[in-house]
Design a protein around this ligand. Sequence first.
Ligand code: SF4
Ligand code: SF4
Length: 81
Amino acid sequence: MSMAEMEENRNMVLSMCICRSCPSWVECKENGGFCFPTIGKSKCIKEEKGCVCGGCPVTKKMKLKHVYYCTKGSEKGQTGG
Ligand code: SF4
Ligand code: SF4
């Protein structure tokens, strides 16, 4: 993936992300998109109080398999690749 494509995908993920509506969300000027490899874990969310990633359009579009990207790391990180 080229740098431009990465940036484009990152922006797409951020625009579609529904983390703000999640019970685990902590408001601290982050923008979500924790599933994306160059964004990764949250620095503020520490407690897992539920995850709405399953209902996010990004999960469907990118065929994501995990949840709790904010605390456990990106899709790529959790897959181990
Ligand atoms: S899958 Fe989760 S972390 Fe990724 S964009 Fe959607 S709500 Fe945000
Ligand atoms: S990654 Fe999942 S648990 Fe974390 S804020 Fe987003 S929806 Fe909530």
